[in-house]
Design a protein around this ligand. Sequence first.
Ligand SMILES: [Fe+2]
Ligand SMILES: [Fe+2]
Length: 260
Amino acid sequence: MEIRILSVGDVVGEPGLRYLKKNLFQLRRTHQIDFCVVNGENASMVGMTPDQGEEILMAGADAVTLGNHTWNRREICRLLDEDERVLRPANFAPQLPGSGLGIYDTDFGSLAVINLVGRCGMDFNADNPFTKVDALLKKCQGMPVLVDFHAEATSEKLAMGFYLDGKVSAVWGTHTHVPTADLRILPHGTGYISDLGMTGPMNSALGVDPRQSIAMFRGELTSRFEPAPGPRWLCGAIFTIDVETGRCTDVEQVILKEQQ
Ligand SMILES: [Fe+2]
Ligand SMILES: [Fe+2]
């Protein structure tokens, strides 16, 4: 039996959240999606509130992943404790709330989702994601495993893809907010893309109003980042997975654009 997984890149601000809510159910129907994972770490620009997490789930996500901005919204701890569909990177310190591994009972059997954060170019200390994932994989043998690797460097993401090739069904990158064109099936059957991209304002620098981003890079005084106005896009990928073997048989990019 084959299943189809939709993964959606970082939802940015209210515009991203509203665009996701407007389109996700239809997207699921059109592409016959069995399971959907959405990265929500920028729903409040930096971090995600519990209400926003619940909205993403209501919009049609089966699991919500986070990233380096997880603790910018401390109130998320409540949802991380209450709802196992909401994950934070597994390689954060173990005493922190929440989990980075979710194992879900579905119509097609058990399915695991792992959320990890990279260490290259990130301004905090996280445990080694490569050794952390080894420990997590022992808990999810015999089921398809999906990995959201929230990282900056394409080198680190590619290394993770090849490290997990043949051990998991899919590895996708999030965090850069720019979709990459390198989606493929790796030699041992793992579906891979370096970055899904983002869901939110198209005419923006990573979702932020370009005027603010330009001011920052010009060294001027900047105000709190606001989402850019204008048309939005939703970026993601669809992985088709053979449940018996756990192998990915197809990867397809999804970029849904609003009219200018
Ligand atoms: Fe991020
Ligand atoms: Fe992000």
